[in-house]
Design a binder for this molecule. Structure first.
Ligand code: SAM
Length: 218
Protein backbone atom coordinates (compact mmCIF):
# COMPACT_ATOMS: atom_id res chain seq x y z
CA UNK A 1 0.00 0.00 0.00
CA UNK A 2 1.25 3.48 -0.80
CA UNK A 3 2.71 5.37 2.15
CA UNK A 4 1.76 2.64 4.60
CA UNK A 5 4.46 3.86 6.97
CA UNK A 6 2.85 6.60 9.09
CA UNK A 7 6.10 8.59 9.45
CA UNK A 8 6.61 8.71 5.69
CA UNK A 9 2.94 9.61 5.11
CA UNK A 10 3.27 12.47 7.62
CA UNK A 11 6.44 13.79 5.99
CA UNK A 12 4.92 13.66 2.51
CA UNK A 13 1.68 15.27 3.70
CA UNK A 14 3.62 18.08 5.35
CA UNK A 15 5.63 18.67 2.18
CA UNK A 16 2.45 18.68 0.03
CA UNK A 17 0.73 21.06 2.46
CA UNK A 18 3.69 23.45 2.39
CA UNK A 19 3.62 23.46 -1.41
CA UNK A 20 -0.15 23.91 -1.82
CA UNK A 21 -2.25 27.05 -1.53
CA UNK A 22 -2.58 27.96 2.14
CA UNK A 23 -5.41 26.47 4.15
CA UNK A 24 -7.84 29.20 5.18
CA UNK A 25 -7.53 30.35 8.82
CA UNK A 26 -11.13 29.21 9.42
CA UNK A 27 -10.39 25.70 8.15
CA UNK A 28 -7.31 25.54 10.38
CA UNK A 29 -9.38 26.76 13.32
CA UNK A 30 -12.07 24.10 12.75
CA UNK A 31 -9.35 21.45 12.41
CA UNK A 32 -7.70 22.42 15.72
CA UNK A 33 -11.04 22.68 17.52
CA UNK A 34 -12.21 19.26 16.24
CA UNK A 35 -8.90 17.63 17.23
CA UNK A 36 -9.45 18.93 20.76
CA UNK A 37 -13.11 17.79 20.91
CA UNK A 38 -13.07 14.33 19.31
CA UNK A 39 -10.92 11.31 20.13
CA UNK A 40 -11.50 9.98 16.63
CA UNK A 41 -10.67 13.29 14.94
CA UNK A 42 -8.38 11.36 12.57
CA UNK A 43 -11.57 10.51 10.62
CA UNK A 44 -11.82 14.17 9.67
CA UNK A 45 -10.48 15.28 6.30
CA UNK A 46 -7.04 16.80 6.79
CA UNK A 47 -6.38 20.46 5.96
CA UNK A 48 -4.68 19.26 2.76
CA UNK A 49 -7.78 17.25 1.79
CA UNK A 50 -9.92 20.27 2.60
CA UNK A 51 -7.72 22.38 0.37
CA UNK A 52 -8.09 19.79 -2.40
CA UNK A 53 -11.88 19.94 -2.16
CA UNK A 54 -11.90 23.73 -2.13
CA UNK A 55 -9.63 23.72 -5.16
CA UNK A 56 -11.91 21.35 -7.09
CA UNK A 57 -15.13 23.11 -6.08
CA UNK A 58 -13.65 26.46 -7.06
CA UNK A 59 -12.39 25.11 -10.39
CA UNK A 60 -15.79 23.56 -11.15
CA UNK A 61 -17.65 26.71 -10.08
CA UNK A 62 -19.84 24.49 -7.91
CA UNK A 63 -23.20 26.00 -7.06
CA UNK A 64 -24.58 23.09 -5.13
CA UNK A 65 -22.58 20.53 -3.23
CA UNK A 66 -23.28 17.61 -1.05
CA UNK A 67 -21.00 18.17 1.87
CA UNK A 68 -18.17 20.45 0.75
CA UNK A 69 -17.77 23.60 -1.29
CA UNK A 70 -16.01 26.92 -1.18
CA UNK A 71 -16.41 30.47 -0.06
CA UNK A 72 -15.55 31.67 -3.54
CA UNK A 73 -18.46 29.93 -5.21
CA UNK A 74 -20.87 30.62 -2.32
CA UNK A 75 -22.30 27.21 -3.02
CA UNK A 76 -25.29 25.76 -1.27
CA UNK A 77 -24.09 22.81 0.81
CA UNK A 78 -26.11 19.86 2.07
CA UNK A 79 -24.44 17.67 4.66
CA UNK A 80 -25.78 14.33 5.92
CA UNK A 81 -24.98 13.09 9.43
CA UNK A 82 -26.20 10.42 11.83
CA UNK A 83 -24.23 10.92 15.04
CA UNK A 84 -25.81 13.42 17.50
CA UNK A 85 -22.40 14.62 18.73
CA UNK A 86 -21.26 15.30 15.18
CA UNK A 87 -24.57 17.00 14.37
CA UNK A 88 -24.14 19.29 17.39
CA UNK A 89 -20.54 20.10 16.37
CA UNK A 90 -21.64 20.80 12.80
CA UNK A 91 -24.40 23.13 13.95
CA UNK A 92 -21.98 24.95 16.28
CA UNK A 93 -19.56 25.49 13.39
CA UNK A 94 -22.30 26.64 11.02
CA UNK A 95 -23.48 29.20 13.59
CA UNK A 96 -19.96 30.36 14.42
CA UNK A 97 -19.14 31.14 10.79
CA UNK A 98 -22.62 32.42 9.86
CA UNK A 99 -23.16 29.72 7.25
CA UNK A 100 -26.79 29.01 8.12
CA UNK A 101 -28.08 30.63 4.95
CA UNK A 102 -26.35 28.11 2.68
CA UNK A 103 -25.45 25.01 4.70
CA UNK A 104 -28.18 22.50 5.58
CA UNK A 105 -27.64 19.54 7.87
CA UNK A 106 -29.92 16.59 7.20
CA UNK A 107 -30.03 14.35 10.25
CA UNK A 108 -30.40 10.57 10.13
CA UNK A 109 -29.09 7.58 8.22
CA UNK A 110 -27.58 8.82 4.96
CA UNK A 111 -29.28 6.18 2.80
CA UNK A 112 -32.74 7.43 3.79
CA UNK A 113 -31.62 11.05 3.42
CA UNK A 114 -30.13 10.51 -0.04
CA UNK A 115 -33.29 8.87 -1.27
CA UNK A 116 -35.22 12.02 -0.38
CA UNK A 117 -32.83 14.50 -2.03
CA UNK A 118 -34.01 16.35 -5.10
CA UNK A 119 -32.35 18.55 -7.69
CA UNK A 120 -28.76 18.20 -8.80
CA UNK A 121 -25.36 18.54 -7.14
CA UNK A 122 -22.10 19.69 -8.72
CA UNK A 123 -19.87 18.00 -6.18
CA UNK A 124 -20.73 15.02 -4.03
CA UNK A 125 -18.28 13.87 -1.35
CA UNK A 126 -18.95 10.35 -0.06
CA UNK A 127 -17.15 9.65 3.23
CA UNK A 128 -19.67 8.14 5.68
CA UNK A 129 -20.05 4.43 6.58
CA UNK A 130 -18.05 2.42 4.10
CA UNK A 131 -20.70 -0.29 3.67
CA UNK A 132 -23.07 2.44 2.49
CA UNK A 133 -21.06 3.74 -0.48
CA UNK A 134 -22.61 1.42 -3.05
CA UNK A 135 -26.14 2.32 -2.00
CA UNK A 136 -25.41 6.07 -1.93
CA UNK A 137 -23.77 6.21 -5.34
CA UNK A 138 -26.42 3.96 -6.88
CA UNK A 139 -29.20 6.32 -5.72
CA UNK A 140 -27.24 9.36 -6.94
CA UNK A 141 -26.94 7.83 -10.40
CA UNK A 142 -30.42 6.30 -10.57
CA UNK A 143 -32.10 9.53 -9.43
CA UNK A 144 -29.74 11.72 -11.48
CA UNK A 145 -28.68 13.77 -8.46
CA UNK A 146 -25.30 14.46 -10.11
CA UNK A 147 -25.30 17.43 -12.49
CA UNK A 148 -24.15 16.77 -16.09
CA UNK A 149 -20.65 18.15 -15.38
CA UNK A 150 -20.65 17.08 -11.74
CA UNK A 151 -18.10 15.04 -9.83
CA UNK A 152 -18.50 12.40 -7.14
CA UNK A 153 -15.50 11.91 -4.83
CA UNK A 154 -15.40 8.82 -2.64
CA UNK A 155 -12.84 8.74 0.16
CA UNK A 156 -11.08 5.76 1.80
CA UNK A 157 -11.77 3.28 -0.98
CA UNK A 158 -8.56 1.41 -0.03
CA UNK A 159 -9.85 0.91 3.54
CA UNK A 160 -6.28 1.32 4.81
CA UNK A 161 -5.24 -1.27 2.22
CA UNK A 162 -7.71 -3.98 3.30
CA UNK A 163 -9.72 -3.58 0.09
CA UNK A 164 -6.72 -4.70 -1.92
CA UNK A 165 -5.54 -7.45 0.40
CA UNK A 166 -5.76 -8.15 4.10
CA UNK A 167 -1.97 -8.75 3.93
CA UNK A 168 -1.20 -5.36 2.39
CA UNK A 169 -0.81 -3.30 5.55
CA UNK A 170 1.07 -5.04 8.35
CA UNK A 171 1.30 -1.72 10.21
CA UNK A 172 -2.46 -1.39 10.67
CA UNK A 173 -3.09 -1.48 14.45
CA UNK A 174 -4.89 -4.61 15.72
CA UNK A 175 -7.64 -2.58 17.40
CA UNK A 176 -8.89 -1.27 14.02
CA UNK A 177 -7.93 -4.22 11.82
CA UNK A 178 -11.27 -6.05 11.93
CA UNK A 179 -13.18 -2.78 11.35
CA UNK A 180 -11.16 -1.94 8.25
CA UNK A 181 -11.26 -5.57 7.05
CA UNK A 182 -15.07 -5.40 6.97
CA UNK A 183 -14.89 -1.99 5.26
CA UNK A 184 -12.50 -3.50 2.72
CA UNK A 185 -15.01 -6.22 1.80
CA UNK A 186 -17.75 -3.63 1.26
CA UNK A 187 -15.47 -1.32 -0.71
CA UNK A 188 -14.26 -4.15 -2.93
CA UNK A 189 -17.91 -4.63 -3.97
CA UNK A 190 -18.30 -0.86 -4.41
CA UNK A 191 -15.14 -0.47 -6.51
CA UNK A 192 -16.24 -3.33 -8.78
CA UNK A 193 -19.78 -1.95 -9.06
CA UNK A 194 -18.77 1.55 -10.17
CA UNK A 195 -16.11 0.29 -12.56
CA UNK A 196 -18.79 -1.82 -14.30
CA UNK A 197 -21.54 0.81 -14.37
CA UNK A 198 -21.82 1.80 -18.05
CA UNK A 199 -23.24 5.26 -17.19
CA UNK A 200 -20.06 6.61 -15.67
CA UNK A 201 -16.33 7.12 -16.08
CA UNK A 202 -14.32 6.20 -13.00
CA UNK A 203 -10.76 6.75 -11.88
CA UNK A 204 -9.40 5.40 -8.63
CA UNK A 205 -6.51 7.58 -7.49
CA UNK A 206 -3.73 6.16 -5.29
CA UNK A 207 -3.78 9.21 -3.01
CA UNK A 208 -4.58 9.47 0.68
CA UNK A 209 -6.51 6.26 1.55
CA UNK A 210 -7.69 5.86 -2.05
CA UNK A 211 -10.03 8.36 -3.69
CA UNK A 212 -12.44 7.41 -6.46
CA UNK A 213 -13.61 10.09 -8.89
CA UNK A 214 -16.83 9.44 -10.81
CA UNK A 215 -18.44 11.48 -13.58
CA UNK A 216 -21.12 10.85 -16.15
CA UNK A 217 -19.81 9.33 -19.36
CA UNK A 218 -19.99 12.08 -21.99
C1 SAM B 1 -15.00 9.77 8.09
S1 SAM B 1 -16.18 10.68 8.97
C2 SAM B 1 -16.51 12.04 7.93
C3 SAM B 1 -15.45 13.05 7.91
C4 SAM B 1 -15.83 14.24 7.12
N1 SAM B 1 -16.39 13.87 5.83
C5 SAM B 1 -14.62 15.12 6.89
O1 SAM B 1 -14.26 15.31 5.73
O2 SAM B 1 -14.01 15.61 7.83
C6 SAM B 1 -17.63 9.73 8.73
C7 SAM B 1 -18.88 10.40 9.26
O3 SAM B 1 -20.00 9.67 8.78
C8 SAM B 1 -20.96 9.59 9.80
N2 SAM B 1 -21.80 8.41 9.52
C9 SAM B 1 -21.50 7.12 9.71
N3 SAM B 1 -22.50 6.33 9.30
C10 SAM B 1 -23.46 7.14 8.83
C11 SAM B 1 -24.74 6.93 8.26
N4 SAM B 1 -25.25 5.69 8.08
N5 SAM B 1 -25.47 8.01 7.90
C12 SAM B 1 -24.97 9.27 8.05
N6 SAM B 1 -23.76 9.53 8.57
C13 SAM B 1 -23.02 8.48 8.96
C14 SAM B 1 -20.14 9.47 11.09
O4 SAM B 1 -20.88 9.84 12.22
C15 SAM B 1 -18.97 10.40 10.78
O5 SAM B 1 -19.24 11.72 11.22
Amino acid sequence: MILAQPEMAATVTQYCTEHSTDVSPEMKEVWDWTCGEFEDADKMSSPLQGTTMKFLASWAGAKRAWYEATKQTQAEIITLELDPKMIAATRTTIAKYNLGDRVTVIEGPAQQSVEKLTGMFDIIFVDANKDGYLGYVKVVLDQKLLSPKGLIMCDNVFARGMTISTESNPQLPDKVRSYWTECGKALQKFNTYVKNDPRVDVVLLPVYDGVTLIKWKQ
